[in-house]
Write a protein that binds this ligand. Structure first.
Ligand SMILES: N[C@@H](CCC[C@H](N)C(=O)O)C(=O)O
Length: 284
């Protein structure tokens, strides 16, 4: 089957985007994600998004990780999704809404000299309630500053829901050996019945944080939008950082603003990589 696609990235977090009409088989989207995201046998990407019609918003976004699991939300992905629908002429306005499994998000296209240079997204509020995240924390009102022991190492973790579950670990030094060794172990730790994304964060100063994320369902990625937003939310909550933050990831910089009402606004890049036709066969 021949499926037209575009590939975009947001700070190095890369995505394949297709229209629902090109492949209207919802039950098989996870299979399509596994195969098309494969970096040897497919196009290669961290995730797959499908653009569909919505009854409640201007568009509906389906998001799948490269391992085929569906996720409620993707911060870098939604910016790429917004640029895609705008560039394709599917929407004329620069402000519009996108339905996700984490609710309806409002996006704004930021354009200079006729081309999109960034997208701003109202990410909503972070949720601390253990049941909603979900995280096992009997009777507790949150899962902030808890200790997880793995082998001989202890991690001080805070877990929140920013559309998807995120665990934040502040550290003085970002060590990729630690990220890649303990990220996958914490992702599947018994505390988290649906798994968790894992963010290691170094506070540079109150306006600047560096983050490395191990993503649930995709492994280490060059940036994670919901992850960066969660890190800023937790840093703000613990009085470790201010309201306006620049966050460096390996793939680029995102700007996060924590509003007075605790809503979080994320601004960051969305860039085209290529477009073409994916020749989808079912052999991997
Ligand atoms: N890359 C994303 C998050 C994608 C979903 C995540 N891996 C999950 O399963 O929770 C982002 O930019 O937010």
């Amino acid at each position: 089957m021949n499926i037209p696609f575009k590939k975009l990235h947001g700070a190095g977090n890369d995505f394949i985007i297709i229209k629902y009409d090109s492949y209207p088989y919802e039950k098989k989207f996870n299979d399509l994600a596994v195969k098309s995201c494969h970096r040897r046998f497919g196009i290669g990407a961290d995730g797959l998004m499908i653009v569909a019609a919505s009854k409640e918003a201007d568009f509906k976004m389906y998001y799948y990780n490269s391992d085929g699991s569906r996720a409620n939300m993707c911060g870098n992905g939604i910016r790429c999704f917004a640029k895609f629908v705008y560039d394709e002429g599917l929407v004329k306005a620069k402000n519009f809404t996108i339905e996700t499994l984490a609710g309806i998000k409002t996006v704004e296209i930021l354009e200079k000299n006729g081309s999109v240079y960034a997208v701003s997204v109202n990410m909503g509020k972070m949720t601390l309630e253990p049941k909603k995240i979900p995280v096992k924390a009997e009777g507790a009102k949150d899962f902030i500053n808890r200790t997880i022991k793995i082998e001989d190492k202890e991690f001080l973790v805070s877990t929140v829901l920013m559309g998807v579950p995120h665990t934040v670990i502040f550290t003085d030094e970002l060590d990729m050996n630690i990220v890649k060794k303990f990220g996958p172990i914490i992702e599947k730790h018994g505390f988290f019945p649906e798994g968790t994304n894992v963010n290691f964060a170094k506070i540079v100063d109150e306006a600047h944080i560096e983050v490395r994320t191990w993503e649930r369902g995709a492994g280490y990625t060059l940036a994670c939008g919901t992850g960066v937003t969660s890190v800023c939310g937790v840093a703000h909550l613990l009085n470790l950082a201010g309201d306006t933050l620049l966050v460096s990831t390996e793939g680029g910089t995102l700007k996060i603003t924590v509003m007075e009402n605790q809503l979080m606004i994320m601004e960051g890049p969305a860039e085209d990589i290529c477009y073409g036709v994916y020749v989808f066969n079912n052999i991997l």
